[in-house]
Design a protein around this ligand. Structure first.
Ligand code: MG
Length: 253
């Protein structure tokens, strides 16, 4: 019996050592924390102001083909002049034909130089970028401007949810950039929120929202709320001020 037990014990012991080598990493070795695959996809960076190679161009100054009117899906009638697209006060909001979830979004916009003389102070420079048609990143004239009195409605706020970390506004007449990094909300099968949306905003190169957890739709009146949704459009707001846009691109993540 002993003749059998000893080799059997040795065999089990050797197998255990071998299994440890295979399944347990030796963290005294550098390769234990090195991951070879998968390699990230190649994305060529844009030169100068150009978008990265995998970006979807939403507006490059040539036409409005990627946009429709939000109210009825008809062709976009915002003004197009000198490679710049400008809000039509009469026509209303516009939105992309294409729908998006997680994304990196770049856009440039300009509040009219004469905004203080031509616009109701409550709408000075008012526009906005609605991510997934629901969550507004506010555009407003917040350069030397105390209106609106609620800071969670000024430029770069998630409207009525959060005050941006800084006011990096360009003066009216000069261009601003928004770089938005967005993770869409996740919903459970029963429609409740599994994970809220998050957003990071870099405004004119300044971090102004840092992975902010969006609380739901951005209401003028009432509390934010979530309703389950799938991918949805990027919407630009027409809200009493002739804000202009250029160089809009997005990377679906
Ligand atoms: Mg707005």
């Amino acid at each position: 019996m002993k003749k059998i037990l000893l080799p059997l014990f040795l065999l089990i012991y050797c197998c255990k050592i071998q299994a440890q080598k295979i399944f347990e990493k030796d963290y005294t070795k550098p390769e234990a924390t090195e991951i070879a695959e998968p390699k990230p996809k190649i994305v060529a960076p844009g030169i100068g102001n150009a978008p990265p190679s995998d970006a979807i161009i939403l507006f490059n100054g040539r036409n409005l083909d990627n946009w429709v009117m939000s109210k009825d899906g008809s062709p976009c009638v915002w003004k197009l002049k000198d490679n710049v697209m400008t809000v039509s006060l009469e026509a209303g909001d516009i939105q992309t034909k294409q729908k998006f979830g997680d994304c990196q979004l770049h856009l440039e916009f300009r509040i009219p130089a004469n905004v203080k003389n031509t616009t109701n102070p409550n709408n000075a420079g008012n526009s906005g970028v609605f991510i997934q048609e629901r969550y507004e990143v506010q555009i407003f004239d917040s350069y030397n401007n105390e209106t609106p009195l609620y800071a969670n409605g000024q430029m770069g706020s998630i409207y009525k949810q959060v005050i941006p970390l800084a006011n990096a506004s360009s003066k009216p007449g000069d261009w601003n950039t928004f770089d938005i990094y967005y993770t869409a909300p996740r919903f459970r099968f029963n429609g409740t929120v599994e994970k809220p949306a998050t957003i990071t905003l870099v405004h004119n190169g300044v971090l102004t929202l840092n992975h902010f957890e969006i609380q739901g739709t951005t209401q003028y009146i009432g509390i934010p709320r979530y309703e389950p949704h799938d991918k949805a459009a990027i919407k630009l707001q027409s809200h009493g001020s002739e804000v202009s846009f250029r160089n809009i691109w997005i990377r679906a993540l």
